[in-house]
Design a protein around this ligand. Structure first.
Ligand code: URA
Length: 245
């Protein structure tokens, strides 16, 4: 890799991590302890994208290991998925001081690394956790209250926006909403696994306009019924469909 080449030239996740290095590209480098790159199964077809590391993540270098991570683990377990089966990362790789929201400059500086991670992992389904990663992946600023629990398509991938798990820590009523959204995510996964919604996951992960299919009328776990013809494509079962997990 020549000096000055961007993240897009990194051939794998290890090369991308090396490219990021001891990052000093934005002011978060001054206050962070550890850059949190991402963890989990790099060949998983399911990727979770959070906002930015918190205190525990900053200390350990692992995403979602604090209180919000415990909620995420419980939500994953509620739909029969273990953390080791998925890949988890964040939009911004270093902790904003005091857990403040990431600034536009920080997102602009760091997001090319996420884009390359998406290309390299090549997930079929992306679950965005919270408004920042949702807005980046869908390239919209619509409220998360409107977007969550719905299915979008970006560059051939399915994107399911979900409230940030930390929301359940501050507002107990959000727990049921999160559980419901995870059931909808499970329904999307089940449709892909069954071949009813195979689609094409291309390497084109550039954020773009998502086409929406509203799952909100589907009973939890039965989202498939509402997505029989995503983007007008007939939901033809394909025996060659890959299994996600
Ligand atoms: N919140 C996030 O968005 N990411 C983490 O890694 C931890 C908390």
């Amino acid at each position: 890799m020549a000096l000055g080449d961007g993240p897009g030239t990194c051939p794998d996740l290890a090369a991308l991590r090396e490219h990021i290095g001891d990052c000093q590209r934005c002011p978060l480098s001054v206050s962070r302890t550890t850059l949190v790159y991402g963890s989990g199964d790099p060949s998983s077809r399911l990727m979770f994208i959070g906002e930015a590391p918190g205190k525990n993540e900053d200390l350990t270098g692992e995403p979602f290991v604090g209180a919000a991570g415990k909620v995420l683990d419980e939500l994953l377990a509620s739909i029969g998925i273990e953390r080791s089966q998925v890949y988890i990362t964040n939009l911004v790789k270093c902790r904003p001081p005091g857990n403040r929201d990431p600034e536009p400059l920080e997102i602009e500086t760091c997001s090319p690394f996420l884009s390359r991670q998406i290309e390299l992992i090549d997930p079929v389904v992306i679950a965005t956790l919270g408004r920042f990663s949702t807005h980046y992946v869908l390239q919209t600023d619509a409220p998360i209250t409107v977007l969550h629990g719905r299915l979008f398509r970006v560059g051939g991938r399915r994107v399911v926006p979900i409230f940030h798990p930390a929301a359940a820590l501050y507002d107990g009523s959000k727990r049921a909403v999160l559980e419901d959204d995870f059931r909808r995510l499970r329904a999307v996964i089940d449709r892909v696994e069954s071949g009813a919604d195979l689609g094409t996951a291309t390497a084109d992960s550039a954020p773009g306009t998502g086409t929406t299919v509203d799952l909100s009328s589907a009973a939890p776990g039965e989202g498939g019924a509402a997505t029989g013809a995503v983007n007008g494509l007939p939901g033809t079962p394909d025996p060659e469909a890959p299994t996600l997990f």
